[in-house]
Design a protein around this ligand. Structure first.
Ligand SMILES: Cc1cc2nc3c(=O)[nH]c(=O)nc-3n(C[C@H](O)[C@H](O)[C@H](O)COP(=O)(O)OP(=O)(O)OC[C@H]3O[C@@H](n4cnc5c(N)ncnc54)[C@H](O)[C@@H]3O)c2cc1C
Length: 485
């Protein structure tokens, strides 16, 4: 039976309106935030409960039909790109916050719950959910878990993986299992660590238990303007080197500032070659003391103007420029690639200079916006698709930036995931043995390779196939360390 054939089996379980077969409606789901990849799924289902997700996955497993999970579809690496012969399982009807448990500093949520929705609900209790992707108004907790998403405030508070203590998972065979719970740690292998960031390739999260973080007593924010990114980078190193961990340190270069000004008129200091937004939070006295230090480090590094937000409205204005930056680039270029790589923080000045050199050499403009505190770069590579050859050059520059990240001990993704888009770059970072070993983990969960196939790994392979240059058994299998299903 093909995916469309499953519709009749699933309608009685999910209800007619939760099983979509109409071609026009299916097309609504043809891409995620990376809109240049498009695939129309064969079938879309909108389950409301774990039991319904399990029924869908079991039907897929019985018939060998691939499935892909989708939260809000804001992913930037094509992770939720549908499979043409598969079922897209969308969690947008799974938006209940099942439990707010401030005494244990935990919340239990369905996977479709919107990131910001959770913080809003927890706020009256004096808590919030700390990981804050810029897309937090729309992205889902399930998507965050699958991508191990980060955000501006993850420098101090850590990524999603540091805030998930339990997951209920529908395995690719259709079983419902629980990994972790409200307690901080469990003995045995760190399966939760394996699940977080697995990009939907190991099953579907149907319930997530997360940490709630106490709302800070005080928040203070400054905007510092520098002549160039070298000086701003020196300020970042000085701040972190002194042991101050701000809640966030964000940097924008001249081109990114130009774009933000054009889009949202954020009135950043004129003539800035780079700006830093530094936010501190915590108890009043700590924040006051550290804020003076941060201000001093910025001046010492050459900041020619420092503005301190006097109230929430001014803080919001500082952030408006930064948060609008991706979209704002559309004001200065018809097309652009949002790249995402990460490097050790100390490599920032050198890598930014090399990016500038590549950009000049290839004649391709690159705007830089990034989480400077943890070295997570988001170069925006600008091009005009109407001009022959420009998109290819932009793609080349984009790949060269990832090579730079690898060369400096970093990674091809800081927070947006590998998905469909970056699978081709995986062999630049990992050798065949590394990739084979990752496949063994995947096969342990999904021996039939039906859970989001074709994502993350460069060559789609079925479990049990002999990958890469190995013509015999995998070395780990030969050694009796692991079993190939
Ligand atoms: C403007 C903008 C700003 C962004 N800023 C940031 C940022 O600051 N930091 C950051 O990290 N990301 C950012 N992103 C990327 C994106 O928002 C995140 O990756 C987010 O976590 C995706 O959530 P989603 O619900 O949209 O997931 P989707 O795009 O629907 O899916 C993403 C992946 O998760 C899988 N998935 C979804 N739900 C489940 C589930 N229940 N179980 C298993 N797998 C599942 C999908 O199969 C897919 O592989 C940004 C995106 C945009 C458009």
């Amino acid at each position: 039976m093909d995916a469309l054939g499953l519709a009749d089996r699933l309608r009685p379980v999910l209800g007619d309106d939760a099983v979509i077969t109409d071609r026009q409606r299916l097309r609504t789901y043809e891409c995620d935030g990376l809109a240049h990849y498009k695939v129309t799924p064969a079938l879309v289902v909108l389950p409301e409960t774990t039991a319904q997700v399990a029924a869908v996955v079991r039907a897929c497993a019985d018939e060998g039909v691939p499935f892909v999970a989708r939260g809000s579809g804001t992913g930037l690496s094509g992770g939720a790109l549908p499979h043409a012969d598969g079922v897209l399982i969308v969690t947008s009807r799974m938006r209940s916050i099942l439990q707010l448990d401030p005494d244990n500093q935990r919340a239990v949520v369905q996977p479709g719950v919107i990131n910001l929705q959770l913080s809003r609900e927890a706020m009256p209790l004096g808590y919030y959910y700390a990981p804050d992707p810029s897309s937090q108004q729309v992205c889902s907790i399930g998507g965050n878990v699958a991508e191990n998403s980060g955000g501006a405030h993850c420098l101090k508070y850590g990524f999603t993986t540091n805030h998930v203590t339990g997951v209920e998972l529908v395995t690719p065979g259709g079983d419902v299992v629980r990994v972790g719970g409200k307690a901080p740690d469990a003995p045995g292998y760190d399966l939760l660590g394996v699940l977080v960031g697995s990009e939907g390739t190991l099953g579907i999260a149907t319930e997530v238990t997360v940490r709630l973080t106490r709302s800070p007593e005080s928040v203070r924010t400054l905007l510092a303007a520098f002549e160039d990114t070298d000086a701003a980078g020196a300020a970042v190193s000085a701040i972190i080197g002194a042991g101050v961990i701000p809640a966030a340190i964000e940097m924008m270069d001249a081109l990114a500032i130009e774009a933000a000004e054009a889009a949202v008129h954020c009135s950043y200091p004129a003539g800035a070659g780079a700006v830093l937004i530094v936010e501190l939070d915590g108890p009043h006295e700590d924040v006051a003391h550290q804020f003076d230090e941060v201000e001093r480090y910025c001046r010492d590094a050459g900041a020619f103007e420092i503005r301190i937000a006097v109230d929430d409205a001014e803080r919001a204005l500082f952030w408006k420029g930064r948060k609008s930056a991706f979209a704002a680039v559309g004001r200065i270029s018809p097309d652009y690639i949002v790249q995402d790589g990460v490097i050790p923080r100390t490599a920032l000045p050198g890598v930014l200079r090399r990016i500038a050199a590549i950009s000049a050499e290839k004649g391709v403009r690159v705007a830089n916006v990034f989480h400077a505190g943890d070295g997570n770069l988001h170069p925006l590579v600008l091009f005009d698709d109407e001009v022959p050859g420009e998109s290819e050059r932009a793609e080349e520059v984009s790949g060269a930036i990832l090579d730079l990240c690898i060369e400096h001990g970093g990674s091809i993704t800081g927070e947006h995931g590998v998905g469909s888009d970056k699978a081709k770059y995986m062999p630049r970072m990992f050798d065949a043995d590394d990739l084979d070993t990752m496949q063994l983990v995947r096969c342990a969960f999904d021996p039939a390779s039906i859970s989001n196939p074709g994502k993350v790994f460069p060559t789609p392979r079925l479990c049990g196939e002999v990958p890469g240059r190995h013509r015999g058994a995998h070395p780990l299998a030969e050694a009796g360390v692991a079993e190939v299903f």
